[in-house]
Design a protein around this ligand. Sequence first.
Ligand SMILES: [Zn+2]
Length: 857
Amino acid sequence: MLILNELAGSGRIHGDVRLLQSESFRPALRPLSSVTQLGKLNQAYLASTNARTHSATASNHLRSRMATTEKVQQPKWQVPVPVEAEPTLKVWNSLTRTKNDFIPMHGRRVDWYNCGPTVYDSAHMGHARNYLTQDMIRRILRDYFGYDVNFVMNVTDIEDKIIIRAREQHLLAAYRESHPELSEALKNDTKQAWDAYFQSKLLKCLAEADKPKEGEDLITAFQRLLKRDAEDEVWRKEARSKEEKFGLVLGSLQSALAGLSQTNDATTLIDSAKDILSWWLDKKEGHTVTDPAIFRALAAYWENSFFSDMQKLRVLPPDTITRVSEYVPEIVTFVEQIISNGFAYEENGNVWFDVGAFEGAKAKKAKGKGKEGEADDGEWEHVYAKLQPWSKGNRELLEDGEGSLTTAQGKRSSSDFALWKSGKPGEPTWPSPWGPGRPGWHIECSVMASEILGQQMDIHSGGVDLMFPHHDNEIAQSEAYHDCRQWVNYFLHTGHLHIQGLKMSKSLKNFITVEQALETYSPRQLRLAFMNQLWSNKMDLTDGVRAGVENIEETLNNFFRNVKAKISDFESRNAPSDGLHYYDQPEKQLISDLQKAQAAFRAALCDSFNTPESLDVLLTLVSQTNVYLQARPRPQNVSALRTTAEWITRMLRMFGLGEGQAVLKEGAIGWGEASTAEDSGVDREAVLMPYLRALSSFRDEVRKLALKGANSREILELCDRLRDNELVDLGVALDDQEDGNALVKLAPAEELRRARDEKKAAAEAKIARKAAAAKEAEAKRLAKLEKGKVDPALMFKPPHVEDNLYSEWDEEGIPTKDAQGVEISKAKGKKMKKDRDIQAKLHQEWLNEVNKNGASV
Ligand SMILES: [Zn+2]
């Protein structure tokens, strides 16, 4: 008893059932059945013991018990020993070309910068692979491993390609407006542009033997090349392998020539010659384009288009978006610091990064602890091209990184690269200490990443084609600015995408925009296709990939439909427990399969986000669950099935494969369906299932009745039950019509139930009233019959009249004299005669009833 008391004193009793079941208290508990009762008893008990606690005896008892409690100790707790060790996350790191343990700098926080798009055209499948793959890794880190990911992405809205595209579009639109008619001037311009384009773009792609012969007209030479291109397969392939754009250049010239040979209108000619005309106009007049709004409008348009495509691909928006145009002052300050650190120089308004000065330069300041536990005592040197040291000095890659509008003027070494480009006419510019100009390409990422994430980050990512020079230059700039040893800890590069075995290119006609791809693939199919490859590997999007993805999708769709039907069937049976648990060998096996899958899934994702392997794990578990369902076609216990299907659901959704509204529901099973225009995001299953269940069980009952040869009354009763019960509960009213076709109405179920119950009550009341009336009529009838029981001949004789009332009667039994022998008056005799006749009639009725029913009346 005192145990409770002590605990009450220390405020630890909360009506705890377990406490009350301690040995000393148990007898008193025996008759109690509910927790509420226990609670009441507990309070009563506390009141009584609290009162007693104040007595000296109780206090002594308490003290001695407390002393005992101090001595009694819990047994020693064993530190658990893991049976299986948890795998650690390793990430394929371009900085080491191995898988490194993933160690974020700030606990669970992951700072991540991703190189975003240069916005001047539609997003294509290369973009899709890159951003979708990074989205998947981001979701795995965030939603599976539970990191707080801070994902920053830039948008390059100042760049040579954007400038050229904006100028060309602007100039061509103005030219179109000023040339509404198919004039000689228009034709001459086109021919001139054609010649210039041929000389500038095609000639350099041709071998000596293929160039125009002495005195040969350019058009004749072009026709000769076209013929060869069509007939000579080897020549065709070689020309394209030497110059990637060969096919495009040929196509542009051919289209313009076709435009020139038609005589319809100006629009047709300008459309067919738009490539060469816009190029020619830009060469001639590009420098006159000065309005900054022209460049901004093009970038803004394609940025919107990019994010709209990403949304369609279910790519999560970045946590922070940085646009170069919004960070120019920060870029200027950053470049100034690099110059003052001695790693860049200015020449004629251009600022170049000094690779020679940077490489091997000693650290300027000591920074405490360095990487991998070694002391960062400042005894280290800067290194250039950490990602791809073998590409150092690769002129072609370096030039490509500089942009087509940039000249190497004033550059001291061919490996130096632009941090700031002096402004030329026809380019947008910003003020700087070196005169008006614009940032180089690589510097933007260094500055914006440093602005948002500070001087070091956990992850930097981008497409593999950005590795050199872009990412190596980013690293050099940032380490030069921060004077730090390792700006990025993990560099993730997503692999290339090929289409049907070939590098995607506009000239190969296998260039697919995201929008075009979404006509063939659903967003989920694309994600599955990318997921089924290692993110860092080259991927070939072939018809085989597509077929494989469709297969996976169908397997999972069938699985979810099947599981949901089984669970829904189980729930609709709503059977009370029959005292058996039904958690037998098949259920145990399924849960064991699930646990093995969960471990294998984690191991796969820890292995540098091995998504193809993790997908395999899920599909294997699907097969195992299907085996379970074969053993248990109608499970009596769906908990193992539900747990397994819910986990598969959660993992698929974690990858971003969930679609539609259904996936938002907690504990939902299935990866949902993409909403179409018709259902506009409605969860079809949740809406339809109750109605379908009513329909299906009605059908079951009709079939049972039909099979046993039931009569029409039974079928009609079933129909009424559907109308009055199931449909009413679903809020559906069926109003029967004279023509036999019911009107269907939707109304709140509560209202329908009330109406139904009122109708039923009214009908019952009517029946009751009728019954009461009938009963009353019957009573009257019986009373009347009862009256007729007396023979009319005896009605004026005792015992039907008082004794000694009459002394003589006639032959019909009517009194003639009273008791004193005085004659009955004539009038009275007449009245009695009349009464007798009435009784004679009643008596006859009674006799009839007796004859009909025997002697019972
Ligand atoms: Zn970048």
